[in-house]
Design a protein around this ligand. Structure first.
Ligand code: PA5
Length: 447
């Protein structure tokens, strides 16, 4: 079976192949640091072997819980933020029928998300929507103390208990959290919820292949075995034994760092399938939170083409020349729509008659790539044979591995996120959270 393929040819007018291949030693040292646990953040390397180490028992257990939620619920709310949200949403959106939840004959519960914002209107509207629905909750938080998620969960739990009673609600709530620490673990133990453990050594943005992502993905009816099989394939392909030239994660990490060192400070991930919007959001978090520190790091942006060719396309074509583009290119759409002939041809589209819509999309992709390269934007392409669980699994692991290598090339710890605490500290001080008295006093003096 084919694998995803990285093509860097269209960066080579901007940087040289020799320079990219000159990274071989450095990249191999970074890859070894990951596998030997000798680099920064080495207590968070559990994600490296998740595909090959996840047991069949765990998968079966997750599937059973998912089946129960699928049977009992019209709606499942997935509560979580950052790494406890984006991976599941990315995979579910990429692989589900876009309109499945508007169909009447589906057995799949509607999946909605909460705990990823503090919008009062959002929560009010969600609670109103749920008020006449049979719903369940998957509450995901590694720390168990994240305000956005805990707040949403308090509201949703209260509502569910009111709607079905405390005893029944308990069976419709699943918690995914630390094995022993945090408020969510304490609460789940006290209430008797079904729980799954986020391994200590797996950080949020690297957790999609743990129960964090796997449970919601199973609720969506997707194939966990294929997802993990794809990831396992990339675990092998991007492993220590693969030569540099054949390791796509190594080449991607080297190329983006070489571009960065040559003034290309912004990487834009482009897709031509609206289903991949949240995959790009997941990617943005993965790289942004891993690399943006110590006043360094590529800024990660994402665009959905051709939609955004009618907005950000102008900037990409002619704005400041500090960007490069990475395109996720799906070889062929899974479904077939052919443009019909129209005798009157009033819209002038008969030149497309008989062609698949995907062929039009492919020409938009090729035309855009050529235009952007001409406009001074280096272009990398990741060719994906098909949009399915197996290849999404490959993509996930490929990007995770590239991110680990790339972070080490940059010289940062790719597995911490100290900067995320700054807003929390101020928010808690402003909300006068117990324990933040000194910060409250200091911040009030500034206002
Ligand atoms: O990648 C990360 O570590 C973060 O994005 C976290 O996933 C996010 O902050 C949510 O944290 P938690 O799962 O502890 O609620």
């Amino acid at each position: 079976m084919e694998n995803i393929k990285l093509v860097i040819d269209n960066t080579l007018g901007f940087i040289s192949k020799d320079k990219v291949f000159a990274y071989e030693k450095e990249v191999s040292a970074c890859n070894s640091m990951l596998h030997n646990g000798t680099g920064k953040g080495n207590d968070f390397l559990g994600w490296l072997s998740l595909p090959s180490s996840t047991s069949a028992e765990l998968i079966n257990d997750i599937k059973q819980t998912a089946d129960l939620l699928r049977k009992e619920c019209e709606v499942v709310v997935v509560a979580g933020i950052g790494g406890s949200f984006l991976g599941a949403k990315a995979v579910i959106d990429a692989l589900s029928n876009t309109f499945i939840w508007l169909k009447k004959d589906t057995n799949t519960p509607v999946i909605v998300y909460a705990g990823n914002n503090i919008g009062e209107d959002y929560l009010a509207e969600l609670m109103d929507y749920l008020s006449d629905k049979k719903f369940g909750i998957i509450n995901i938080s590694k720390s168990g103390t994240t305000t956005e998620t805990a707040l949403a969960f308090r509201l949703l739990k209260t509502q569910l208990e009111k709607q079905v009673g405390k005893a029944k609600a308990k069976n419709l709530i699943v918690a995914v959290t630390d094995a022993s620490k945090g408020a969510l673990r304490t609460l789940a133990t006290q209430e008797g919820y079904k729980t799954y453990v986020i391994p200590d050594n797996v950080g949020g943005r690297f957790s999609v292949l743990s129960p964090v992502g796997l449970l919601p993905i199973a609720v969506a009816g997707l194939d966990l075995n294929q997802l993990l099989a794809g990831a396992r394939k990339m675990e092998e392909v991007c492993g220590l034994n693969t030569p540099f030239a054949e390791n796509p994660a190594a080449i991607y990490a080297a190329t983006r760092n070489e571009l960065y060192r040559n003034g290309k400070k912004i990487e834009i991930l482009a897709n031509y399938q609206p289903k991949l919007h949240f995959f790009a959001e997941w990617w943005k978090q993965l790289f942004g939170e891993s690399e943006g520190k110590e006043n360094k790091g590529i800024f990660n942006a994402a665009v959905d083409f051709s939609t955004d060719l009618h907005s950000m396309g102008q900037w990409i074509q002619e704005g400041e020349r500090t960007i490069f583009e990475t395109v996720i290119s799906i070889k062929q759409a899974s479904k077939k729509v052919v443009v019909p002939t129209d005798n009157d041809n009033l819209d002038g589209l008969n030149f497309l008659a008989g062609k698949r819509v995907d062929e039009v999309n492919k020409m938009a992709e090729l035309g855009t790539m050529l235009a952007h390269v001409d406009g001074g934007v280096p272009n990398m392409k990741i060719e994906v044979p098909e949009l399915n669980e197996y290849y999404i699994g490959q993509l996930i692991y490929f990007f995770e591995k590239a991110c680990g290598i790339s972070g080490y090339l940059l010289g940062v710890n790719p597995f911490d996120q100290p900067g995320v605490e700054a807003y929390k500290k101020n928010m808690f001080a402003l909300l006068e959270k117990p324990g933040f008295e000194a910060e409250t006093k200091a911040i009030k003096a500034r206002l």
